[in-house]
Design a protein around this ligand. Structure first.
Ligand code: PLP
Length: 345
């Protein structure tokens, strides 16, 4: 049996999703004439109570565009040291926008208003880069799928207003966070200037992200998307998949969360496991005992058909997703339990 827990991006479209894609009316979206893209953008803007939205090929491009529209070269972005925008976007913040990142040591990827306040450079002190943007991630990726307390975000929002800083959300997995907290997307929309949302993660689409914000922000984003080469033509086939997922797949995220918790519970019993980070959503991050060899462990699991990755030492990561079946789940848990018995690592 093969079990792929490398990421929640490994899912494939279902037959029903493919049918929705096949049936999509399309046009040239670079001329804003694709009805399926327009419908998706309108629906997502409405869902978050924002004026406008823009469809993108990737979450990297939505984040990079957001950074560009909120900053000038030389400015500084305040974010957690685990941030995707800092670690996993190829240095795009400096490449595309000419900005630096002021990194904060948060709690599993989550930063507080107090920490941000300390990181803001005084605007009249011209020796320091100008702080112009705060970027949060929810759920956190390298932080193990941790979910923000919205009360903290409200404090951050007030702080940003007081200091004239823009506030962006990297919400690649915001759907997972909302599934846990049961908060409304509008509550999130009200707190951020721009939000980036992915459809190619837990929602199971092959491609697609959306940036939401004010009319002005999205007008600026359209220009940047063009510069980055992200204008797509009959993109409605992809937008139709996202619209389908919004209606039909959000409710299934709780199954991924449940399975992740069950994996953590079994890992907890293994003598070779040192610790597991708390599991709130669909990401399980764990560390082996210091005398264990992570590479050997991953290789041994691979031989059994079980795939996952490491995000740096002490951060082995398994991500559950909608294509991870009950049968695969049983196989993984049984295999892990057996490791417990013969402990030959
Ligand atoms: C996956 C991800 C992104 C976007 O990645 P793409 O592969 O470019 O779509 C952005 N932020 C976070 C936290 C992610 O996990």
């Amino acid at each position: 049996m093969e079990v792929n827990l490398i990421s929640d991006t490994v899912t494939k479209p279902t037959l029903q999703m493919l049918e929705a894609m096949f049936a999509a009316p399309v046009g040239d979206d670079v001329f804003k004439e694709d009805p399926s893209v327009n419908a998706l953008e309108e629906a997502v803007a409405q869902l978050f109570g924002k004026q406008a939205a823009l469809f993108f090929p990737s979450g990297t491009m939505t984040n990079q565009t957001a950074i560009k529209i909120h900053t000038q070269p030389g400015d500084q972005v305040i974010c957690d040291h685990f941030s995707h925008i800092y670690h996993y976007e190829g240095g795009g913040a400096s490449f595309n926008s000419g900005v630096s990142c002021r990194l904060i040591q948060g709690d599993r990827g989550r930063i507080t208003a107090t920490q941000i306040e300390e990181a803001i450079n005084p605007p009249d002190f011209y020796h320091s880069p100008k702080s112009s943007l705060v970027s949060l991630e929810n759920t956190t990726n390298k932080g193990g799928g941790a979910v923000y307390d919205i009360e903290e975000i409200k404090k951050i929002k007030m702080l940003c207003e007081a200091h004239n800083l823009a506030l962006h959300l990297d919400g690649a997995r915001l759907w997972n966070a909302l599934e846990v907290t049961r908060e409304s997307p509008k509550a999130y929309g009200a707190l951020f200037d721009t939000l980036s949302l992915c459809f190619s993660k837990g929602l199971g689409c092959p491609v697609g992200s959306v940036l939401v914000g004010s009319n002005e922000a999205i007008e600026n984003a359209l220009k940047i998307r063009k510069i980055l080469g992200g204008g797509m033509r009959q993109a409605g086939y992809l937008a139709a998949a996202a619209s389908y997922a919004l209606t039909h797949h959000r409710k299934d995220l709780k199954n991924d969360h449940q399975k992740a918790k069950e994996i953590a519970a079994v890992l907890q019993t293994l003598p070779l496991v040192d610790h597991i980070e708390p599991v709130q959503t669909n990401i399980v991050i764990f560390a082996l005992k210091p005398q264990q060899d992570e590479t050997k462990f991953m290789l041994k699991m691979k031989e059994k058909g079980i795939y996952f990755i490491g995000l740096g030492k002490g951060k082995l990561r398994m991500v559950t997703h909608r294509d991870y079946t009950e049968a695969q789940h049983d196989y993984l848990l049984t295999t892990l339990t057996k490791l417990n018995e013969d402990e030959r690592l």
